[in-house]
Design a protein around this ligand. Structure first.
Ligand code: FAD
Length: 432
């Protein structure tokens, strides 16, 4: 009998729990540790922030799902992982021991790295549903008294897609409210060019997103390092190749939302051998930590090096499809170990993404995620918005029902001929 513990009940943690159930032997036990009993569909947060969704539309109560699937769900959160003792210390002081641990704790949001930055200071956030609700209250107040608006992502950020989505969704909503003519908009980003996305672009995302911004009169500042934020102004340095300050801007705003840099959560940060200096979990090609081989990691908490040098630090995004490929590989590998076989599944880390603009959007496929690529495709159209709404409904139904391998997803991927982009690659000569 083995104890398998999954830490983090977000996208990766919930999905890997569902897939592990199919891999377990009779008598094996699965524990899922979250910080609450609610799963939040993070990609819908931009819609919460403009009032197109409410919390109850994007949240799933995991307690009933876990009970049905015989997963022990603990909702008090973890204080610390102790790999040498193979145990997770909980916030209530108790401990849970494991034979195998999957870390899926997502990001810690590093707002504190810039003075005046974040939802407890002068800017809004859409990273959590609670933040997005607060951003919505602020947006309604802004609409009663419109002014300049700033959206973007700061130095060290890795999650750029939602910043573009939010800028363009806000623009759509402001036009619908007939307020757009009173709102100068600026996109401030650490990326070296518009559409870089932390991926050195995908297909012609540079051209597609620049064109979208030009058509919608959104100005931009790239290579941006935000040095401080006050209640009405953002101090932004534009950095040249080599690191010198090329220009300094004071950007006025009445409403601002910028994605922060991410780092590993406190429960794992600083654990020797487990994480890098920024707190992200070190993994090998099987998603397994080299120092503690009974620990696997998936999702945003995984350490991935940047695509290349940029004047301002820019991280690599860990998108949903890519995370699902990690999930499938980890479930397969733990399943193999439980059966006494070596690990053999490597995730593809391919990216398939839908970025919604409220009335259209951009879709892209990157295989592999890091260029040069075999598939490097991006396109825009009204269908992307409809596809994203459809995907939200489908995905929330999948979490509510606890399905791990639904027919719909297989069918869709087959239709698009991208099924192989997600399936793990299986070694013919597996490693111990
Ligand atoms: P999360 O889903 O963030 O889950 C981490 C979980 O760990 C959380 O529930 C947290 O409470 C829990 N946790 C943290 N610390 C502890 C602890 N000490 N103890 C117990 N639990 C803990 N990707 C796409 O492909 N498409 C999109 O449209 C898209 N939109 C996005 C929009 C936004 C605003 C953001 C921020 C990201 C988006 N992403 C998108 C990227 C990515 O898919 C999501 O961030 C996804 O939720 C990441 O999954 P994860 O499992 O790594 O982390």
């Amino acid at each position: 009998m083995a104890d398998i513990v999954v830490l983090g009940a977000g996208l990766g943690g919930t999905l890997v729990s569902f897939e592990l159930i199919d891999q377990m032997r009779p008598g094996d036990r699965l524990t899922l540790i979250g910080q609450s009993g609610a799963y939040q569909f993070v990609p819908s947060n931009p819609w919460v922030a403009v009032g197109w969704r409410k919390r109850e539309d994007v949240e799933v109560d995991l307690t009933e799902v876990a009970r049905r699937m015989k997963i022990r769900l603990l909702t008090m959160g973890a204080r610390r992982v102790h790999p040498a003792e193979k145990r997770v210390e909980l916030e209530n002081g108790e401990s849970v021991s494991y034979d195998y641990l999957v870390i899926a704790t997502g990001p810690d949001l590093a707002f504190d790295e810039i003075a005046g930055f974040g939802p407890d200071a002068h800017t809004q956030s859409i990273c959590q549903t609670g933040h997005a609700e607060k951003a919505h209250v602020a947006f309604e107040a802004f609409c009663r008294n419109p002014g300049p608006l700033v959206v973007g992502a700061v130095q060290g950020a890795s999650c750029f897609g939602p910043a573009y989505e939010f800028a363009l969704i806000l623009e759509t909503e402001l036009r619908r409210r007939r307020l757009r003519d009173r709102v100068p908009m600026t996109f401030v980003t650490a990326e070296p060019y518009i559409g870089h996305l932390g991926l050195d672009g995908v297909g012609d995302t540079k051209g597609l997103l620049e064109s979208e911004f030009r058509q919608r009169h959104i100005k931009w500042i790239t290579n941006a390092r935000v040095t401080a934020v006050t209640s009405a102004k953002m101090m932004v340095d534009e950095i040249a190749l080599g690191g010198s300050v090329q220009a300094s801007h004071e950007v006025p705003f009445t409403y601002a939302m910028l994605l922060p840099a991410f780092r590993g959560v406190p429960a794992i940060r600083g654990v020797e051998g487990l994480v890098n200096p920024r707190g992200f979990v070190l993994v090998d090609e099987y998603q397994r930590n080299p120092t503690f081989p009974e620990i696997f990691a998936i999702g945003v908490c995984v350490a991935i090096p940047p695509t290349g040098a940029t004047p301002v630090p820019v991280g690599v995004p860990k998108t949903g499809f890519m995370i699902e490929s990690m999930v499938t590989a980890v479930a397969h590998n733990i399943g193999a170990l439980l059966k006494g076989a070596p690990v053999s599944a490597r995730p593809t880390w391919n990216a398939v993404c839908l970025a919604d603009f409220g009335d259209g959007g951009v879709a892209f496929i990157a295989q592999p995620q890091i260029p040069p690529r075999n598939v490097n495709w991006a396109a825009k159209g009204a269908w992307v918005h409809l596809a994203k709404v459809g995907f939200e409904k489908y995905f929330l139904r999948k979490i509510r029902s606890g399905e791990s391998e639904p027919f719909y997803e297989r069918f869709l991927l087959d239709q698009l001929n991208i099924h192989k982009l997600k399936e793990p690659q299986i070694d013919e000569t597996p490693h111990a």
